[in-house]
Design a protein around this ligand. Structure first.
Ligand SMILES: [Zn+2]
Length: 262
């Protein structure tokens, strides 16, 4: 299959139009007319995940986190991003990043986390700017009522069924009882105020700063942080499985050596 065609399939799963305005998503490195046979998904391009893709003769890496992310005035070995990009380009490896398009997609990360917690009628915390996407119920983050009252401890146990490696932290005691939750994977701490406005008494994210935790406490929202990697990597495995079913002629796998496990 041509890279151009695979990009179209990725855009159907995680529409690029759903990405945040500050983001840099889609095909970031590569020749669209190249043919693709082997594709690795990972959370982040590091030396370890990139070396794995090269050793396994991948044609494309689908990295959740984009490189380059910001405009680069130069691509040299003086910066980590430049060095990794040079290595990928020398190895004929294309890079595609779905990032916030995948976070917010209909089967994307936030909705998968909502499904793990049986959130009722998940609704975006912020509707998409594109009216057509907003009409489809898409946007940034999700929130909704839980099927019954849960303690934070029960909530964490429910997550551990699907995400055994999480290292949860919370701003409130584990016996705190909650009935509705906002969810933003990755670094979602800045959205805790919006979750409070939507009436959520809990907020799940990957990581948050000390001051965002203080804000959660002041707003009376119990913030649960499960780690950036844990809140997103599972979905890169699922994306590899989803793509394998849709495009059986390409070999997809999720990185075994993505060491960005913080
Ligand atoms: Zn992330």
């Amino acid at each position: 299959m041509l890279l151009r065609e695979l990009c179209q399939t990725l855009n159907e799963i995680a529409p690029v139009r759903l990405a945040e305005s500050w983001d840099n998503v889609g095909l970031l490195v590569g020749d669209e007319s190249a043919s693709v046979e082997r594709v690795m998904t990972c959370l982040t391009i590091t030396d370890a995940s990139l070396d794995e893709a090269i050793a396994e003769r991948a044609d494309l890496i689908i990295s959740h986190h984009p490189i380059p992310f910001k405009p680069l005035p130069r691509i040299t070995s003086h910066s980590t991003t430049g060095r990794l990009l040079l290595k990928a380009i020398r190895s004929n490896l294309a890079i595609y990043s779905p990032h916030t398009a995948w976070d917010n997609a209909f089967h994307g990360i936030n909705r998968q986390l909502a499904t793990m917690l049986s959130v009722q009628s998940p609704t975006p915390l912020t509707p998409a700017a594109d009216p057509e996407l907003a009409k489809q119920g898409l946007g940034t983050g999700v929130y909704g009522k839980l099927s019954r009252r849960f303690t934070l401890e029960e909530l964490i146990q429910k997550l551990e069924l699907s995400l055994p490696a999480i290292r949860p932290r919370a701003t409130h005691p584990l016996q705190q009882s909650i009935s509705s939750i906002g969810i933003v994977c990755g670094s979602g701490g800045s959205m805790v105020g919006l979750a409070a406005q939507r009436g959520c008494d809990a907020f799940l994210t990957g990581e948050a700063t000390y001051h965002q935790c203080l804000e959660a406490e002041a707003l009376g929202v119990a913030m649960v942080m499960i780690g950036h990697f844990a809140s997103e990597f599972f979905a890169m495995r699922q994306l590899a499985d989803m793509l394998s079913r849709r495009v059986p002629e390409i070999h997809f796998w999720a990185s075994m050596k993505d060491n960005s496990q913080f």
